[in-house]
Ligand binder design. Structure first.
Ligand code: LLP
Length: 409
């Protein structure tokens, strides 16, 4: 979001204009900002990189098409995400499928479609080897026993986590491979989200280095994602530049020392889309109480759950009063439980009807929205080349009633 002459703009379009045209609450995305992130990522690496966009972060089909047009591939965690990616035009061989505890038939279906499947437990690896292993390769997700990432819910690489095949079980993997002549064509590790230290990715490289001799047919190493983006101005984000330099060097070392040709894969979600999205909402009421001043919005945890679920900090800007005097507000939603977007925030004076923009809403914003309190989910708008396109229509009450047959009892 750009501020010029007391006005806020997204992709060159005044926010006020977007609000007039599409109403609030509204998710707005800047397509060019996503492309810049893609380019920054690619430029940081000295080796060819396959960028598998984590569809779950923002699964809008137009966004998927847009990212594909700019060279992204796809990372899916459900068969529906696989199907969405196919509909968006991704070729099956551009899609990585890494489900966890999804039914086995989803793996089989994805494999039959020609998608790269990534298996994270021994029972499914064995079943896959038995049923499809002679003709179809798969990769394995390793649990590296690394505790990294932000909130505990999104730290998934430690030994108590349900994700990945623990390092100690790689002997069992080898047995399955031997017994069924299965081809393991890739190794994958994803340790969590909001990781700020390059060191964590170096640890993954160490693990890949130490186990790769046992997997002679591996042709790619997938370092997952979790690249921390800044949510507040002084946040320590992951240095993509340093990550690129480090992983490029490590990949070259592994390739040389092991005499292997290896591809490097990553699966960014937040890095590509978090900062490219805003949730725009209207202030419904300013409520002074003896303890604080609340700014209430026509949205809530039903539309953006990150602050309530992970205690995540999201910057908030009053785009209707860019140069107004600053006051302290607790910004809250309209849901019938505590849904605080930001506590004690210094904002330009908020008046009823003002538009507030909640930043970093591109990733896991609309994607995690719900109909709690029977509220419809908001529209989504994508701005590209100074043109705003409605890429998802806001829901209506009828949408909520759709699929609820009125049963006579
Ligand atoms: N690859 C795999 C296998 C994943 O599970 C994830 C995210 C990603 C890639 C993308 O990670 P990212 O680049 O977005 O950090 N809802 C949470 C984040 C959950 C991430 C789940 N997995 C949040 O809003 O912080």
């Amino acid at each position: 979001m750009e501020i010029k002459n007391q006005q806020a703009y997204v992709g060159g379009i005044p926010v006020q204009e977007l609000v007039q045209r599409f109403g609030t609450p509204l998710y707005v995305y800047d397509g060019q900002a996503m492309v810049q992130q893609l380019e920054q990522l690619r430029a940081a690496f000295a080796v060819p990189l396959r960028i598998k966009y984590a569809v779950k972060a923002l699964p809008n089909i137009t966004v998927l098409k847009w990212l594909r047009r700019h060279g992204a591939e796809a990372d899916a965690v459900s068969i529906q995400e696989v199907q969405l990616a196919l509909r968006a035009g991704f070729r099956p061989d551009e899609i990585m499928f890494s489900p966890n505890c999804a039914p086995f038939y989803e793996l089989a279906e994805a494999a039959q479609l020609g998608v790269q499947v990534n298996i994270d437990n021994l029972p499914f690896l064995e079943r896959f080897a038995e049923q499809l292993g002679r003709s179809v390769p798969c990769s394995i997700r390793i649990n590296p026993h690394i505790r990294a990432g932000g909130h505990e819910k999104i730290s998934v690489g430690h030994s108590d986590s349900k994700f990945g095949i623990p390092l100690q079980q790689l002997e069992d993997v080898k047995k399955i491979v031997g017994r069924f002549n299965l081809t393991i064509n890739g190794l994958h590790i994803h340790t969590g989200s909001d990781i700020a230290e390059v060191r964590v990715y170096e640890q993954m490289a160490d693990i890949f280095f130490s186990v790769i001799d046992d997997f002679k047919q591996v042709r790619f190493l997938d370092f997952g994602s979790g690249f921390k983006v800044p949510y507040r101005k002084d946040d320590k984000a992951l240095s993509i530049h340093k990550l690129g330099a480090t992983l490029s060097r490590r990949l070259a070392e592994i390739s040389l020392q092991k005499n292997r040709r290896l591809e490097l894969w990553v699966e960014p979600g937040k890095f590509l889309v978090s900062g490219a999205g805003w949730l725009l909402a209207t202030c419904t009421v300013v409520k002074e109480t003896p303890s604080r001043t609340f700014a209430g919005l026509n949205t809530g945890l039903n539309h953006l759950i990150r602050p309530m679920m992970y205690g995540a900090y999201h910057d908030i800007v009053n785009v209707s009063n860019i140069s107004g005097p600053q006051r302290t507000y607790t910004v809250v939603g309209y849901i019938c439980e505590t849904d605080t977007f930001g506590e004690d925030r210094l904002l330009n004076e908020v008046r009823e009807g003002d538009i507030l923009a909640i930043c970093n809403a591109g990733a896991y914003g609309h994607a995690m929205a719900s109909n709690y309190n029977s509220r419809p989910r908001p529209a989504e708008v994508l701005v590209v080349n100074q043109k705003a396109s409605l890429v998802r229509v806001a829901e209506s009450l009828d949408d909520l009633l759709d699929g609820q047959p009125e049963v006579d009892l």
